[in-house]
Design a protein around this ligand. Sequence first.
Ligand SMILES: [Ca+2]
Length: 329
Amino acid sequence: MRILLILLFLIFNFFCFNTYSEGSYYSEVEILSQTWDTIQKVYVDFEYLTTVGDIKGEIDENSIKVYQIEGEKKIEVLSNFVKSEKEGGYIIFEVKGEKDPDKAIKKFHIYFDLKGKWIESKKKLEIKEANLVPNIGFEEEEKEGIPARTPYFYTGSIKELFDEGRISLDKQVYYKGKKSIKLIAEKDKPTPSIVITPYTGYKREGFSYSLRVQPGKKYKFGYWTKGEKCGSPVYKPGGNAVIVLSWINWYDKEGNYLSRNEIKGIRYSLSELPYTWDWVYNESIHIVPSNAYYGVFMVSFPCYEGIVWVDEPIIDLVDCPTLTEVYKK
Ligand SMILES: [Ca+2]
């Protein structure tokens, strides 16, 4: 009897060991999609997952695959991994656009395997940073001179700027890639600005909604600017000139305006004007109001002389989802 028990114990262990060494694990996560394709991220702490999942072995970044789950369908998506200073890091992956706001929340499965076990090739993403903007770095053109998926060039007062050549897609001066947006200020003219994410209610080209945001969450808004001989500022608070000003308008679920966050991006003493600077990064963190579901992000150049270039805007959730559970496949 005792021998039989020992034998059963050994057989049990043998199968367990083999299942663990051959088996896979997965985490589930829900992601808010946009109407356009985006690059998003989740945080993973491998040591934590190994403990909560009672995994007998080590899991690491070399055996990750990301799948979007649509009903019964499981579609592998492009992904990348960026190590963080802490244990683990960020899984960066592509999230397809979804026009229907009722279907905006998408389910993803992140698959892991034991260290050194995964031999199949995976869909690799080259991008290392999550970004929710509709056209990263203004690189894609809808048609000659007009950036794709971003209606800044033909709405209201911006259309006028475009027609006058005071807002354009510049292919000579850029921070990254091969293009940037150039804004030219002129005396007695409305100040030039660009819309980074579409207005709410914008119906052309399938943009029925602007950037979807999660109420109460923190978002990062960053962008690069370069300026040439900027002067005659519209705003002069406390002896300073505001040269680049950006803002975010928040809207409720029905698209009604709620409030605005203002960011004084570039400001200098009035005595230093006209001011010229090389590429500078400006970043700010914003908490979405508890009743806001959409945000319109803009950058403006409130001066009457000079040129400002804007490139590589980035909008991203500060506290991205973290993988907290792991299941056995
Ligand atoms: Ca660019």
